[in-house]
Design a protein around this ligand. Sequence first.
Ligand code: UGA
Length: 478
Amino acid sequence: MLQPVSAPVSPEGPVLQAAADTWGSVMEQIRSKQARIAVVGMGHVGLPTALGLAAQGWRVFGVDSYLPLISLLQAGKAPFYELGLEGLLLEYLGKGFFPLDNLNQAIREATVVFLCVGTPQKSSGEADLSQVETAARAIAQNLNGYKLIIEKSTVPAITAQWIDRTIRRFARNEQQGKVTVDFDVASNPEFLQEGVALQSIRQPDRVVCGVDSERARAILEEIYGSLRCPLLITGLSTAEIIKHAANSFLSMKISFINMVADLCDSIGADVSQVAEGIGMDPRIGRRFLQAGIGFGGYCFPKDLRAFIFLAQEYGVDFSLLKEVEAINQRRVELFVKKVRSALWVLRDKTIAALGLAFKPGTDDTRESPSLRVVNALLQEGATLRAHDPKAMPLLPKAPPPGAGHLTYCDSPYAAAAGAQALLILTDWPDYRRLDWQRIHREMDLPLLVDGRNLLDPETMSRLGFEYISVGRPKAGAR
Ligand code: UGA
């Protein structure tokens, strides 16, 4: 049986240890799943995490300070689209999952606190950690027994140390100088992908736990022990760096293949086959080599900038990642140029845009390259007829002042009606299965510009389209 060990000595001095019997009862409660878990932040990471834990038999408080969000959850409604999420919410609401807007209460009742709050970026690229700090202070003020604080939000290295320090400082103030706090901090970065979040939680490739005490390790092993995947135990900062390094590396793969695509476009080679050819080497791997209009979303662009900023802070010039970002920025411009060279003048042209979310399987449009394309075309005075299976209700109804016209359409066929070009901007699999003959009939000019290489050039050409994609030769030109 695991015994309590000394917690690390903090800059403020040693922590009082839980008595062995107290620790024994903590572990007993963890093993029997009687211990409560609080998940702070009900966003794209927090909510699936909380429901995943509830599904494993834990009693979980889903905490958020935004009251309308909690009301929505209490009514059994998911605040964003994610396959299977609402079903899971309805299944566990009031059974293992309890939405709550009272952070203090949740902390007091919980033994394990997952921090899943937002870490948006500042204009400098640096991560804004104010929500993490607020949560740490609340924990300090409600430290009524041993707690394990698990940082799950993507944060720069040494944030866990700051959480630890902040809790000690504020707990000390609360108790007029006497340090009677008893807690551990762990870093457990989340690798879930939007659109397949529940699958990512149920069957992760790996679980990374950054710990600096045996107690934290023991609890995390209990929480994740039933998963059939490697559990990598590291130090705190190492775990934090693993998350930033993983997202930056994946972004780098995408920017790399996008540059190869540009070369293929110039030479007349096929980037999909290049990706297949290099991806067959297990040292490279096939995934994340899909060329197109670039990466977006809440994670890659922000995490890349935060990692560059962190490196700079420590005197490391990570210029490789600066280039990854610059390449990605240029993708939209290059794509709009492709549309322009096919259509010539864009003003008053009617263009259908299929896909607005930053990737398929989600209604999330944060930093979506699709929206950047739509906005760039509107700025040039084009009339846009847009469609997305999930994202449309969340988007502003009117285009920015001075721009062309934007209409949201109920179906891809309605979007195609009278269009002089149709653009594929998000690779929703449903678009592959459209009745493309019907789309052809609906359009004014059968020009198809595929920003995600979703369709087959030969098939589209056979159907009578002028088909342009990214880094792949036109049909018949191979
Ligand atoms: C990403 C990571 O993949 C997750 O492991 C991580 O947990 C998450 O960020 C996070 O930090 O929370 P996500 O942002 O949901 O997940 O989306 P991805 O599937 O990674 O796609 C990101 C962007 O890259 C999308 O715009 C997608 O269209 C683009 N992409 C992806 C490409 O352009 N090419 C590819 O080959 C793959």
